[in-house]
Ligand binder design. Structure first.
Ligand SMILES: Nc1nc2c(ncn2[C@@H]2O[C@H](COP(=O)(O)OP(=O)(O)OP(=O)(O)O)[C@@H](O)[C@H]2O)c(=O)[nH]1
Ligand SMILES: [Mg+2]
Length: 331
């Protein structure tokens, strides 16, 4: 599935739109003054099409995949405002068209000497109607410009979500296990860049994403937007590979990492791996490994950077992923 917002035709800012129409008016001639003024209002009327094209290009909000609907909600702050503004803009354009039509009829019925005055009046009234929607247009423009940029994640594809504390090696792992160079995407969830890679398998295509700034802190430190972000990730069809940092350079204690792991694994099916095994801190490794063993949780030991154990991790993750997918399809 492609980003449903990719095809949205962004609307021009209202003042810029009015300005650009006004600038084109003096260039229009005609066989008479009346003819010229009619052509001017017709130009205005036809130019309104950019707003109609925008509204038509917006996908139905209620039919969006939950991943994209949640993303839209995060970006817009309020889905209802998006709907209200879209409706208000549609109505404004219809009203402006009607006004222009009325003034064109009046010009046709008027004396030559009245035509320019009527054109100005029609122009002014139509512009007034659009100006009332100025804030809405600005809001919609900003929101959909951001949504258009969210291209790389396909919520329909089976997805391996790489999670773990900051600096654990998530991005390194994404590029290690995906076949192509990962794409870099911006997301409303995080100010950081998300990497999206793909894996081609016999059973079909899968994607791998890292989650900087999303699944890397305790829930208690989160704001409402971050909760929604987690929800969006939850809505992806996938499993989590959780990386622990067991290196001598680890920024987080075993307890902090284990607490985070427990939170993440309560959200989605999670496969843990101890990363940076090439630069291991034995104490840290032992503490985390014994916790996992005590819980009866299987884990792997890897070095994303050196490529140690990475193929095995990839194989395990894909196995779980496709097992889960088969299970879900049967259910
Ligand atoms: N020694 C060692 N270093 C690693 C390994 N994997 C990653 N690193 C290093 O760890 C640092 C962080 O790696 P990233 O892949 O950027 O980590 P990240 O989890 O994406 O970091 P954020 O996105 O900032 O949360 C980099 O300097 C990597 O080179 C590993 O297996 N061994
Ligand atoms: Mg990263």
């Amino acid at each position: 599935m492609r980003n449903p917002f990719e095809g949205v035709k962004l609307p021009p800012d209202v003042e810029a739109f009015i300005d650009s129409v006004a600038k084109r008016l003096p260039r229009l001639g005609g066989t008479s003054i009346k003819d010229r003024e009619l052509r001017r209002l017709a130009l205005y009327r036809d130019s309104l099409e950019v707003y109609e094209a925008f509204v038509r290009s917006v996908p139905s909000i209620d039919d969006l995949h939950p991943f994209y609907r949640t993303s839209l909600e995060i970006v817009a702050g309020d889905l209802n405002k998006v709907k209200v503004c879209l409706a208000s803009l549609s109505k404004g354009v219809r009203l402006a068209r009607r006004i222009l039509k009325q003034y064109m009829a009046r010009i046709r019925a008027s004396e030559e000497g009245e035509a320019n005055k009527l054109m100005r009046a029609g122009f002014g009234r139509a512009s007034g109607i659009l100006r009332k929607r100025k804030e809405c247009v600005k809001f919609l423009r900003d929101v959909f410009a951001q949504m258009k940029r969210l291209m790389a994640v396909d919520p329909e594809l089976p997805t391996i979500i790489i999670a773990g504390p900051p600096n654990v090696g998530k991005s390194t792992l994404v590029s290690r296990i995906s076949s192509a160079k990962p794409e870099v995407a911006s997301y409303p969830f995080t100010t950081k860049e998300i990497h999206v890679g793909h894996i081609d398998t016999e059973r079909g295509k899968a994607q791998v994403i890292d989650t900087p700034g999303i699944l890397d802190r305790p829930m208690s430190e989160r704001n409402p937007i971050e909760f929604k972000a987690i929800n969006a990730v939850k809505n992806l069809n996938g499993i989590v590979v959780f990386l622990f940092d067991v290196s001598q350079g680890a920024l987080y204690s075993a307890k902090e990492q284990i607490d985070l792991f427990e939170e993440v694994s309560s959200i989605k099916r999670t496969l843990p791996a101890l990363n940076k095994i090439d630069w291991v801190d034995e104490g840290l490794r032992e503490e985390i490994a014994s916790y996992l063993k005590r819980k009866g949780i299987r884990f792997l030991e890897v070095s994303a950077e050196k490529g140690i154990g990475v193929e095995e991790l990839k194989g395990e993750a894909l196995k779980e992923l496709f097992q889960q997918n088969v299970g879900e399809k049967r259910a």
